[in-house]
Design a protein around this ligand. Structure first.
Ligand SMILES: NC(=O)c1ccc[n+]([C@@H]2O[C@H](COP(=O)([O-])OP(=O)(O)OC[C@H]3O[C@@H](n4cnc5c(N)ncnc54)[C@H](O)[C@@H]3O)[C@@H](O)[C@H]2O)c1
Length: 367
């Protein structure tokens, strides 16, 4: 598959370039970045551009879009207009409307949209998903998810925390991976109650904390906390509790715990994985070692999703969209004090009113 990368010079874009170059089933068709020189240096032999129209003139089958969220809609729409499949970073876009427009464009083109929830591939989180799927925990009762870090100290650029570009705060950043992980293990999230706060960093529209309860149609509930005020540092955790045990996956450091029993309260068996290989590699090479491995596995699943619709663990368009809808619903719930009901996904997504309006600008200076 010939894949182009947009935002190729960024932290994530360069990892996408690396995984495409390393995968024998893919070739790097072209790179594009407003910083064309940096993108060109990463991809010797591939044509490089700072102009979207010229980039899209290169023959290719798919595009990976690793830009900031606020410029994504126009790029996705152009990709679909050119008949390409799209793998895009999280969050899908900076607004619900833009996200819905991207999904509608994918549907109209009949092409794949995959959302970059690569934490599904982190060994501890993949373990949680697989244990839940194995049935070892008995009947699943509830889920707990947490994603946090110490906020603005983590960001080098304003777009990363200002809502008009990022979409919002902790829920749109580290937290959106855990919104997705909750949905990944519990099924669709169709009711949301939540509370937000913006008391610490005071960035309008960018929550410091989001605490919520998610409901799946079968009655399973998840408690959720995304934060930019975890003064201890970066951490993501999911725990799933069933009638015959629990499983926990966490990062960083990578760690998982499984407790199972024959009947509720019976003698328990414990399995604790500490992923020493991950820790050694991160010590020697940095966290990007873990990230690149996850992007490589995600790329394999993207190829399958395009080829035969299977796609393994990959986050499909429903996953990418629902994570945005949940973030918006938590904000709405926090304002009204009421729970928000979300229509089950899987049905056709109606284009939003702006769908018939002029497409968003492809001007890369919008970054
Ligand atoms: N999955 C993960 O673990 C993970 C981690 C960090 C960031 N992200 C997401 O990846 C995306 C990129 O984040 P990043 O940290 O790599 O950002 P970054 O700022 O390092 O890189 C973004 C790149 O996009 C380029 N760019 C901006 N506007 C553009 C445009 N209109 N056309 C072409 N190029 C453009 C920039 O020049 C830059 O090189 C964001 O959506 C972010 O939320 C995902």
């Amino acid at each position: 598959m010939r894949i182009g990368v947009i935002g190729a010079a960024g932290r994530i874009g360069r990892m996408r370039v690396q995984t495409i170059l390393e995968n024998p089933k893919t070739s790097l068709a072209a790179v594009m970045d407003v910083n064309e020189a940096a993108a060109a240096a990463l991809a010797p032999g591939a044509p490089s551009f700072s102009d979207a129209a010229r980039f899209f003139d290169v023959p290719m089958d798919a595009v990976a879009i690793s830009t900031p969220p606020h410029v994504r809609e126009a790029l996705c729409r152009e990709a679909y207009a050119r008949g390409l499949h799209v793998l895009t970073e999280k969050p899908l876009a900076h607004t619900l409307e833009a996200s819905r427009n991207i999904v509608a464009a994918a549907a109209a083109a009949g092409k794949v949209l995959a959302g970059g929830f690569n934490m599904r591939y982190y060994p501890a989180f993949a373990y949680v998903k697989d244990i839940v799927g194995s049935g070892q925990l008995g009947e699943i009762d509830h889920v707990r998810v947490y994603g946090g870090h110490n906020g603005l100290a983590n960001f080098g650029q304003e777009w990363q925390y200002k809502a008009p570009q990022s979409g919002g705060g902790a829920m749109w950043d580290v937290g959106i991976h855990m919104t997705d992980m909750a949905r990944h293990v519990m099924g669709d999230i169709t009711r949301v109650y939540g509370v937000l706060s913006e008391r610490v960093w005071k960035i309008p529209g960018s929550e410091d904390n989001a605490m919520a309860i998610f409901h799946a149609p079968d009655g399973v509930a998840a408690t959720y906390h995304a934060t930019w005020t975890d003064w201890k540092g970066y951490s993501s955790v999911i725990e799933v509790y069933g009638s015959r045990g629990m499983v926990r996956g966490a990062y960083a450091p990578m760690d998982s715990l499984l407790i199972t029993m024959a009947h509720p309260g019976g003698k328990s068996r414990t399995v604790h994985n500490r992923y020493l290989d991950v820790k050694v590699n991160e010590k020697l090479k940095s966290w990007t070692h873990t990230a690149v491995k996850s992007f490589a596995a995600e790329l394999e699943d993207f190829l399958d999703l395009v080829t035969d619709g299977s796609g393994g663990r990959i986050a499909d368009q429903d996953a990418a969209l629902r994570a945005i809808e949940v973030a918006v619903a938590v904000r709405e719930s926090s304002k009204t004090g009421q729970a928000v009901t979300l229509a089950p996904l899987g049905s056709a997504v109606a284009p939003s009113p702006s769908e018939s309006a002029a497409p968003a600008s492809l001007d890369s200076s919008a970054a």
